[in-house]
Design a binder for this molecule. Structure first.
Ligand SMILES: [Cu+2]
Length: 287
């Protein structure tokens, strides 16, 4: 029995490692400027913990095999442990994990703690149960005033845009996020109701949208196409339906679009959504 258990442990360890190294189940290709840094950090972490995992499981299997019940009735020896060894492995583990955490912090800092570059496009994001609303300032570059009292889903005013404000006249609100390839974009996220979380797997970050807060995050998409936006925070019964798309447009298409008045902008976004096929991780792997 002891031998069978040891072999079982080793086989399971081998299978687990294979699931990571065969390359079939992995992230969709990153499309943002900081994506490669995230991926490198992730691979480093998974390699380090992978080595620790394999060593521990192999040692466990060995102990199970070596000290199995052989039916000879040998009494078990009681061990008080070894303080020196305890200090050593606790110390080594602490150093490894603190180093990984600090390295990861640096990657995270570059995304979340640096201000957006000058000239970044600005989009206000208002999450609600169960949709994403993306608000653009229009050709004047000024966001119209919003007022929570003016929010009305019936009259399609999801963000409470105040149309008595002249700056609001050319604003557009869409359910599709529009960005320009190779141009930084800064999102200002908030929520109308509960906490939601903005997530495009290809961008490699998730950011919570919290009622009452304006949370800023910026990135530079580097590949033209259409990508899925998911809500990564369980936000209610229809959370699973809270999905939108992000368009990354070439310069000419983007510039033409943002110069358009509201109604045309909406219509054009509808056309562009049909033009660009959605890139999901599954399609890239040929599932
Ligand atoms: Cu949500």
């Amino acid at each position: 029995m002891g031998r069978a258990l040891a072999v079982f442990l080793w086989v399971m360890t081998g299978l687990s490692v294979w699931m990571f190294v065969n390359g079939r189940w992995w992230f969709p290709t990153a499309i943002s400027e900081h994506g490669p840094a995230y991926d490198q950090q992730f691979v480093l972490t998974i390699a380090v913990v992978g080595v620790a995992f394999v060593s521990a499981q192999v040692a466990l299997g060995y102990a199970v095999w070596r000290f199995r019940d052989t039916g000879e009735g040998v009494r078990a020896a009681y061990s008080h442990g070894n303080n020196r060894m305890e200090i050593l492995w606790t110390g080594v583990t602490a150093v490894i994990f603190i180093t990984l955490a600090l390295l990861g912090q640096r990657v995270w800092w570059n995304l979340h703690m640096n201000p957006a570059p000058a000239g970044a496009a600005q989009v206000k994001v208002t999450a609600q149960q169960f949709q994403w609303n993306f608000h653009y300032a229009g050709p004047d570059g000024l966001f119209g005033r919003t007022d929570p009292k003016k929010i009305s889903d019936e009259s399609i005013n999801y963000v409470g845009l105040d149309d008595t404000d002249p700056a609001a006249k050319d604003d557009t609100v869409t359910q599709t996020l529009v960005t320009q390839v190779n141009r930084p974009v800064e999102l200002t996220l908030t929520s109308r109701d509960v906490t939601h979380s903005f997530w495009v797997p290809q961008l490699r970050f998730k950011q919570d949208a919290v009622p009452g807060l304006d949370v800023k995050v910026h990135f530079t998409p580097q590949k033209v196409g259409q990508y899925e936006i998911a809500c990564a925070e369980l936000c209610g019964q229809q959370h699973y339906k809270m999905r939108s798309y992000m368009l990354v447009l070439p310069d000419d298409e983007y510039n033409a679009l943002v110069a358009m008045p509201q109604a045309q902008f909406q219509k054009r976004v509808g056309e562009l959504v049909k033009k660009y096929p959605v890139t999901t991780g599954q399609e890239q792997r040929g599932y």
